[in-house]
Design a protein around this ligand. Structure first.
Ligand code: G6P
Length: 749
């Protein structure tokens, strides 16, 4: 039976059952009410007649009784009257009822014994009749009985009417049920199912590129989600197969997620990969009444997540989301990515004081400004340093628990939050292979020398088997720093350091992004720039010919103020672009507990407002500053729609926004303006390389990138994509893992 019919039959059955039960009780109540009403009427009538009848009855005057009855019946012909004497002998009656066929004696006796009126129903001449027997009294003596009859057939009619009305209601209800069921089933089930089927068919035949637009919370929401993921996987598999095919055809050395997986398996067998970072890749946050899973902003997560997705393993990080605890198991673990888990995230819990001292304090007010040349002074506090040491120990314990049963485990530590971790791990597990990747720049010895705990930091790092940086220049700075502050043997040919029989390799591994781009939504390949630009303009209520974009954590190292100054100068110098070009800054607030960051938020907004105030017209403004945690889809849409992307960091280890922008441009269009102080500038030579402090140069590069001939723009983008294709994040990971797994541990154990 079809689902619609099944639904209709069940609903009607239930409705009929409910209607019958209710009607039954309604009929019962109505019958009771009408009977009571009739009895009351009869008793009132009998009592009012008692006085008039008693006299002629006692004086034996049937004539008077007859006249009384005649008079009464004239007024109310539907009432029958019969009078009996005290011996139950019939005295007088009205002619409108045939009293002869009835035996009243029993009821007369009962009512005189009980000394009250009694009522009952009989059928007289085929008519349901209400009979009321009333004892007539004079001075407490029973002198006779009065019988009053009422035609009660209207009660039956009324009850039948109730059944009939309720039946008609049931019919109308059934009709509405049928109609509603058909519509609801069509709208919510058969329609969407047909839509999914059409969509799948279209996808299979390559005719459709857009995502499936079904309301996610609806009955078919979960199915639509699953189908979307399935289709995404299919698209990925197809893309991957295409890439593999191209790879074979061109015998190119392209690295893909699959190839990395295979490579890691060959290098390390079935060993797990352990990643440790401060920032977790998936953070659960409470928003209103619901829990949302967000991907934090920042290059580290962007780069490491694709690797973990393809190799699996465990990623240990600080559980900093306010709903992290309730979404993890009792060991702090949760399988991720949420939509398709393939590695484990183990969260480490920190107290407020620990977070304050280790993260905000020593890591971000101490080491971060120490390593970035941005004229922001580092602050070193003893209590922060103590917390930094404690938290490093806490993470070491969490990791040591995990690797307890694993021989020669492979450990990739991320960034400046864990300078002491290599030492803490190696002192307990000398057999572990430990690499630390320092995502940010490493300063020269003079700059680093101001850190009160420089020795401890350097010793902590040197315990690793591999210390890697984004570029050779930072490796050289590190080697110089060791040379200056620690006794050790530096091998400048091999770029290694030997100290107390332990060798540490110091190597650059420029980090990258997943390219060719990993599809994050099904729509990506097909949607063109113009459509996205239109949508973005509509969202912000502007209309321009050219769009620029900047994507940053709001950090003083990112040169956002300098970028805005460059834009201001551009509009001054090239006023023909007023009302033609707007710049959208997608800024994610970051580390806002730190005063410098907190103040920067206001400073960035103020600068944007000032420039807008100066140039804006009724229907246009030069800078649209959107301060929020933007998701990947939003960022990608802006990348694809923007004619240029500005990365103007004052100092940056690599800067993956630059690479993400290039990777997102599958139309091979768009221009990149890139600070010479980023690691990325060493690879992306076809960007417009600028000094962000040089306002004229920034303004001119905006102008050049907007006026450059399309062919040249395309060529530059193709060349940059060529670099990314060859040096993508899979290759980065493959090199890192291969270098680490091939290090000989002989000397260390
Ligand atoms: C930089 C650091 C990362 C850090 C990211 C975001 O890229 O190298 O280690 O995760 O910024 O900063 P946050 O403090 O929010 O983790």
């Amino acid at each position: 039976m079809k689902i619609t019919l099944r639904l209709i039959v069940s609903l009607i059955f239930v409705a009929a059952l409910v209607a019958t039960i209710f009607s039954y009780y309604q009929v019962q109540n109505e019958e009771e009410r009408l009977t009571t009403e009739l009895t009351l009427r009869a008793s009132t009538l009998a009592e009012s007649m008692e006085g008039t009848i008693s006299e002629p009855l006692l004086s034996n005057s049937p004539e008077r009784l007859k006249k009384f009855i005649e008079r009464f019946i004239k007024r109310d012909p539907f009432v029958g009257i019969a009078i009996f004497d005290s011996q139950c002998v019939f005295v007088e009656k009205s002619p409108n009822v045939d009293f002869s066929k009835q035996a009243f004696t029993k009821y007369i006796m009962e009512s005189t014994t009980r000394k009250e009126g009694i009522s009952y129903f009989e059928t007289i001449d085929g008519i349901k009749t209400h009979i009321y027997t009333f004892p007539l009294r004079r001075d407490q003596q029973i002198i006779g009985s009065l019988i009053l009859t009422h035609n009660a057939s209207y009660i039956e009619s009324r009850l039948k009417e109730i059944w009939r009305n309720n039946f008609v209601r049931l019919l109308i209800l059934s009709f509405l049920i049928i109609l509603t069921t058909i519509l609801v089933v069509r709208w919510s089930l058969t329609g969407p199912i047909a839509q999914i089927a059409d969509w799948l068919k279209g996808l299979r035949m390559g005719k459709i590129k857009q995502p499936l637009n079904l309301p996610r919370g609806d009955v078919l929401g979960p199915l639509a989600n699953e189908v979307t993921i399935l289709v995404k996987n299919l698209a990925l598999a197809r893309a991957s197969a295409e890439v593999e095919a191209r790879l074979r055809a061109e015998s190119e050395s392209l690295w893909t997620a699959e190839r990395l997986k295979e490579h890691v398996r060959q290098e390390v067998g079935n060993k797990n990969l352990y990643v440790i970072s401060n920032r977790e890749p998936y953070m659960h946050q409470r928003r209103g009444g619901t829990i949302e899973c967000i991907i934090p902003a920042g290059g580290l997560v962007t780069a490491i997540d694709p690797i973990m997705r393809s190799c699996g393993g465990t990623w240990i990080a600080h559980g900093s989301g306010d709903a992290d605890l309730e979404t993890s198991d009792r060991n702090g673990k949760i399988p991720v990515p949420p939509e398709e888990p393939n590695y484990t995230l183990k969260r480490v819990w920190l107290t407020k004081e620990e977070e304050e001292g280790y993260y905000y304090g020593f890591s971000n007010e101490g080491i971060w400004p120490l390593c970035h040349h941005t004229h922001t002074r580092p602050i070193f506090r003893l209590e922060d340093w103590i917390h930094y040491q404690k938290v490093n120990e806490k993470f070491a314990e969490a990791l040591l628990d995990e690797i307890e049963n694993e021989e020669e485990p492979l450990i990739l530590i991320q960034d400046y939050h864990f300078a002491l971790l290599p030492f803490l791990i190696k002192s307990k597990r000398p057999d572990a292979r430990v690499a630390i990747f320092w995502h940010i720049p490493w300063p020269n010895p003079e700059a680093f020398g101001i850190c009160p705990w420089k020795r401890e930091i350097l010793l902590g790092l040197l315990a690793a088997d591999l210390v890697s940086f984004q570029i050779q220049y930072h490796c050289n700075n590190f080697l110089d720093t060791i040379d200056r502050f620690l006794e050790s043997k530096i091998n400048w040919e091999q770029f290694s350091i030997e100290r107390q029989e332990h060798i540490t390799l110091i190597k650059p591994f420029p980090i990258s992004v997943a390219f060719p781009a990993v599809l994050t939504t099904v729509e990506q390949p097909g949607v063109n720039k113009e459509t996205l630009l239109k949508k973005i303009m509509k969202d912000h209520n502007i209309s321009v010919e050219y769009l620029g974009v900047g994507v940053d954590r709001i950090d003083y190292t990112k040169g956002i103020i300098e970028r805005f100054r460059g834009l201001e100068r551009f509009f001054e110098k090239y006023p023909e672009f007023i009302e033609k070009f707007s710049f959208i800054e997608l800024g994610a607030p970051s580390r806002t507990h730190i005063k410098r960051y907190h103040d920067l938020l206001a400073e960035v907004e103020e600068t944007a407002n000032k420039i807008n105030w100066r140039f804006q017209t009724k229907k246009w403004k030069p800078i649209i500053y959107l301060e929020a945690h933007h998701n990947h889809d939003t960022i990608n849409r802006h990348y694809k729609a923007a004619d240029l992307c500005m990365v103007t960091s004052l100092h940056d280890g690599m800067n993956l926004v630059a690479k993400e922008y290039v990777a997102a441009r599958d139309d091979e269009d768009g221009a990149l303006i890139l600070s010479q102080f980023t690691g990325a500038a060493r690879e992306l030579h076809d960007a417009f390389i600028v000094n962000p402090y040089d306002v004229e140069e920034v303004a001119d590069s905006i102008h050049s990138s907007l006026t450059m001939p399309p062919d040249e723009r395309k060529l530059r983008m193709q060349r940059m994509q060529g670099i990314l294709r060859e040096h993508n994040v899979y290759r980065w990971a493959a090199n890192l893992v291969a270098t680490l797994s091939r290090i000989r541990l002989k000397k260390n154990t």
